[in-house]
Write a protein that binds this ligand. Sequence first.
Ligand code: PLP
Length: 462
Amino acid sequence: MKYISTRGNAPVLSFEEAMLTGLARDGGLYLPESIPTLTADDIKALHGVSYEEAAFRIMRPFIGDAFTDDEFRTIIARTYAGFGHAARAPLKQLDAGHFLLELFHGPTLAFKDFAMQLIGQLFEASLKRSGDRVCIVGATSGDTGSAAIEAFRGLDKVDVFILYPHGRVSEVQRRQMTTPVEDNVHAIALDGDFDACQARVKDMFNDFEFRDAVGLAGVNSINWARVLAQVVYYFTAAVSLGAPERKVSFTVPTGNFGDIFAGYIAKRMGLPIDWLIVATNQNDILHRCLTTSEYKPDGVIPSISPSMDIQVSSNFERALYYAYDQDGAAVAQLMDELKAGGFSVSQGALEALRESFASGRCDEDETRATILETWNAAGELLCPHSAVGVKVAEEMRDAATPMITLATAHPAKFPAAVEKASGQHPPLPDRMADLYERSERVTRVENDLAAIETLIKDRIPN
Ligand SMILES: *Cc1c(COP(=O)(O)O)cnc(C)c1O
């Protein structure tokens, strides 16, 4: 299996190389040259198998000869061993025809653990073999960073630096990043918003001298291996509700478009998905783009669903690549226009996007009201991100097709917002109940590329 860049101008890589690299050298994102499909019988055969077995069957065709079947099964078993629920991604019912896919039973209580725990195991297996050392640098609006630090803490051949926007992550998110004691993990509080963090990480990848000197590797949501891990639960959820005989729709609380893009891959692999609904908070650039064709960032407004406070949605580039018929030059052109302020999706590409994606927006008051209403109606305490999804799903769903809304984080990750909305205090699961007592370790840094690069060079062992 070969991987190519969305901008058509970077080396073609194997799965392992694409995973270790993250961002392509032409600034693009890696995608498989062709997408393997599962037959209806393959999908039927997923009924009743464990999450791990489903993960093996769904991901195996994408990894080529990077790992033997036995190695890959071991990697998957380790990946999900630390989850707090036997089903890994259990499905709950909210109402007739509306289901909640709980993706928050991993070690940092957000869906990012599904992919990040896998990446940790994949990196460990791969670096053990090669003897190389890598330096992982990532930007986070909160959940990616905690998931990455949790996945890589204490691993031998890896240093991890996570940039988060100072003062804009929840206390639980911050503590999950700043309390691990292993010295290969570093939480960096940047003076700027998430887009600034993400921009500096991109700058570091585009500084080839620095990139090669420190052995830079990326695990942000642009990393193909992360998207791949997320494909699995679309299958397991749909199969639980009767796929492949019955179609389902998904509503996905969306920021960087990684999670919902995994749903799009599942659809292209043959899973009968009716709609993939992009749910945004007040930072609604994706909703505006899908309704008007204009993609014009205009500044992030902080919200109570901070992991979706994004204006530059990196993985959207992958969807554009398919919408533009896999024309890398056209995508590169759009991304150049984005640097100059924004772009407009062509009529043909917009129609292609609208064949799979619909969208909706949920403001702050609606988010709070949905937390309260869902608590009252179904006894489910939603995190603000999941509430954005549930609200948009309620607006968009039809009686004929089951709707599955992705619950992307545990309510205890955002206790202040949840309590204010519902009057209920969401307790942390027992296994992390002492989080507030652990001491913190963090470095604050200005929004300046040179300063960040110096800090990283100083910290890594030579
Ligand atoms: C990351 C995150 C999202 C957004 O997911 P994307 O893949 O970036 O679209 C939504 N909710 C939570 C809780 C998250 O951590």
